[in-house]
Structures are given as C-alpha cells and as structure tokens.
Design a protein around this ligand. Sequence first.
Ligand code: IDC
Length: 528
Amino acid sequence: MNGFKKSFVKSFLTAALTLAVSTTTVCSTSVFVNAKEASGTNLDYTVNGSVNNLSFDKTPVGRHGRLHVGKCSNYAAPTILDEKGKAVQLRGASTHGIQWFPQYVNKEAFQSLRDEWGINTVRLAVYPREGGYLDGSGAQMDRTIKQGVAAASQLGMYVIIDWHVLNYNPNETIDGAKSFFTKYASLYKDYNNVIFEIANEPTGTDWYNGSSNDLYTYSKTISNVIRNCGSKAIIICGTNTWSQDVDAVAAKPLSTAGIDNCMYTLHYYAATHYDNLKSKLKTALSAGTPVFVSEFGICDASGNGGVDIQNANSWMSLLTQNNIGFCCWSLCNKGEQASYIKTSTPKTSKWTKDELTTTGIWLVNTCRALSAKEDANQSSTGKDDSSSKDKDKSKDSGASKTNPPSTNDKPSGSSKDKSEGKNGSKDKGSVTAVATSGGDWGTGATVSFTVSNNGSASSKWTVSFDAEGEISNIWCAKIVSHKDNHYVVTGMDYNGTLAAGQSTTFGYNITKTSNQSGNASNVKVTCN
Ligand code: IDC
C-alpha cells in the first residue's frame, strides 16, 4: 500500500472508530432539505422593529434544550442534536469584535434577531489581541460577555463565546486562553445554552504534527480546562489556514484523547471561496468530522468588496443538506460589506427594512426561510418540541440549572456508586446489569447502566426493564423493542459482547411528566 493509501486508510479507521464510540442511535429525521434561494436586495419578510413576547417554551432553547454532538442516520458526520436526539441547525449572528462594538450586545438587539430575523444563536467575538481581552479591554469585555450571555439566556437563544484568535498560532496566547476558559466554563457550567469556541482562525501551524505547538495540542489543552471546570458544553475548535483545513482533523480528532462533544470549524466568504473549499468540507464530512461554520460572509474575505449571492446560496444549501450550523459576520454598522446594518443607522436594535445592508437582507431572508421550515417540520410531525420545562426558572435566572447531562458523555467504563440512586440489579446467567439514576428534572430523567460479565466465557447481552415515559435518546446501546413502559435493549457492535470479566455502560434520556419516575425498574438480563 502506498503512503497516501495508508494514511487514507488510517484516517478512515480513526474516523470509523470515533464514530463507533460516539454513536447515538435514536435520531429524528432531518428538518431541513435546501435553503431557499435568498436575495440580497428584496426582503421577503416584514422587518419593522416589532418583537414577540414568546413564552420560554417557544424559544429556541425552550424547544431544543441542551445541545450535543451525536450521530444521526441522516447525515454522514456527527452533527448537532437537541436534548431529544433531534437534529437542529444553528442559525447564528456573529458580533463584530466586542471591544469595538459592545453596543450591539443587548437584549433588544438579540430579540430583534430572534423574532424578526429567524436567528437562534449569537456569537460573541472576543478578540484576545487588537486592543482586546489580553491587551487592553479585558474588564469591559467581561461585562459585555456577561450581558450577552444573560440576554441570550433570557431570550432562550444559544450563545457562543468565541476566543477570536485571528492570524496567528493560538498557542501564542494559550495562557490567556486557559484563564479565560477557566473563568467562563466555571461560570456557565450549568447553562444549557452556552457553547465555547476556543480559537477563531488559527494560522501558521498544522492541525496535528506531533509537536506541542500544533492545534491538536492547543485544542486538547483548552478542552480539558473546560471539562475540568465541569462544563459539558459543545466545544468548537479552529482549524489551520483561517479555519479552512477542516479536512485535516480526521487524522487526529480530540475524541482520540477521550474528549467528546467537539466540533471543528470551516469558515468561508462567498466572494472568495468556491469549489476547493467546498471539497474540503465534503472530505471532512465523509471522514466523520463534525463541522461547524462559526463564521462566514457573503462578501470577500476582507469583510468588504463585492458580494456573491449565488455562491452564498450554494454554500447555504450545502450547509443545510448536512445540518451544519453557521454564524454570519457581523452584527454592526461599520462601513464594510459584511456589516448587517447601514452605517447611517445608529440604532442598536429594532431595525427596520431600510436600515439593513445587503448582508442584513440576505441573512433575514435565509434565516427566516430556514426557521419557517423548522416550524413546518414540527407541525407536520404533529409535535411541537416545546415543553414548559424550566420555563419560570429560566426566565428568572437567565438559564436553566436543571439540565440533563450531555448524551455524548464518554462512558465511564466502571460502575458508579451503587448506593446512590440505584434502581435495580438482576442476575441472569453470568451477566448483571445495574441501573443508576443520573438525575431527574421533572419533565425528563437520565439513567445509566453498567453491564458486567462475571462469568468465565464471553457473552452477548440483552437488558429489559420498565421505565415510565418515552426514551428520547440512548447511547452505547439500541432499543430492540418497546411496548408501553417496557423496553428491551442490546449493545452495539463494540460492546454487545463482553469477554469474561469485562463490563460496559450505556444510558438513556427519557421524556416524562413530573409524576412519572423515568428510572429503570424490573431490570433483567439475558445472555446468549
Ligand atoms: C475583520 C473585520 C474588520 C477588522 C478586521 C481585523 O471585518 O472590520 O478590521 O477583522 O480585526 C475573518 C475574521 C474576522 C474578520 C473577517 C473579515 O474572523 O475577524 O473581520 N474575516 O476580514 N476571517 C475571514 C474574514
């Protein structure tokens, strides 16, 4: 086998393995098919500065809850799934650098974006340099970040805290990044709507080259900082060449270091980036790399120049076909093509049609169309995903403190403290299964199991149990039958057969009413 083939096979196997350990088996169908061909000149929707007072359960976070990265059968690569295992596409607005344009980080602005633009996510661009967090404006930017997260949380929007490294190797400011993410991962570890982006656009080093100065090492270090603070948030990692080399990640994703719930960035500007970059995206997806477009523009890569609407729509189709979330650069009125708001407009919220630039008009047309598809999909399946969960709490505190854990958590491989929340254990032959409650938040609960082969021969296992409610997501096992409250599950290819002495874990999230328990009872194991 020649070198290329060898490395291809190696990448493929790595990707396959990565998929195998992070696979989520229950997943609803795709929400979006194609983006509408959006215009940059004619606004298809009314934008007149009005807002809706949505109840929290109708907001994006009220509908979707905590997001995680998981495998859904509709898409080649793992993608963003909501609390119920349903694919959700983030439609985001990126601020400009918040050291320069803090005035757009306000609740009214975000509400306009949510209600009139169809946007469900805001990205806060925190430049470490350029008069930013590390060299001038840290204290002011801290205030702006907190205001932004509070506003997004109250409005039920997702918020990305973006460490906006630009044009350099992020290892140059890694100490600053460690302090920054220690602070914000600790502060927001219980928030179900916060996402961390750890390096906007690295340049000058590889994703992975085995040195301590590459992006893999940087991303692993910062992701561990975030996880060690107790945060299970999605982590978005930058890739080399201004976040274009997303195809390089498959050779060494962070899952090889046991870090889950990560995505990797591809950035494009539609008047600069065409088929070459689209090919990189397709290569990355077919290798199983979860991709997020945390920044794009419909103009050229300088943030200025002309726009290419046709290519912008072609990119958007590619993103929606693959359920890839995106954030558009940028929410401000700077005199450049990328800005959403005309320079002549001082208003920082409640904009009207005439105050929008070409980028602004195109973004409203795109996000409103996608948002309408999401709504139509929900009504056609007869289910509004919204629930009244955490409604009041979230209104008060700005974020739910009673979130379920990410369904993408790495299996522990060892049994938990059985004295805590133990539901039941039953021997059958030589394999046992122990169910442990991982939390109950009224309208849902999470339960994990440890299955152990105590015998002297290898054995396949099947576990049956009763649980009140509807399992919405199961990991490291699959449901083979389900009637009323009775479930039968088996393991996956990689953990369905246990060698003598071996154990494995699986778990589920269940949707239920507050009167139901969700816990597993009457647990039985069959081995064969
Ligand atoms: C640009 C801004 C511009 C600013 C410059 C340097 O639009 O006003 O002077 O940054 O801070 C990116 C970057 C993003 C750039 C944008 C446009 O992530 O910071 O913003 N761009 O050049 N990557 C590709 C394009």
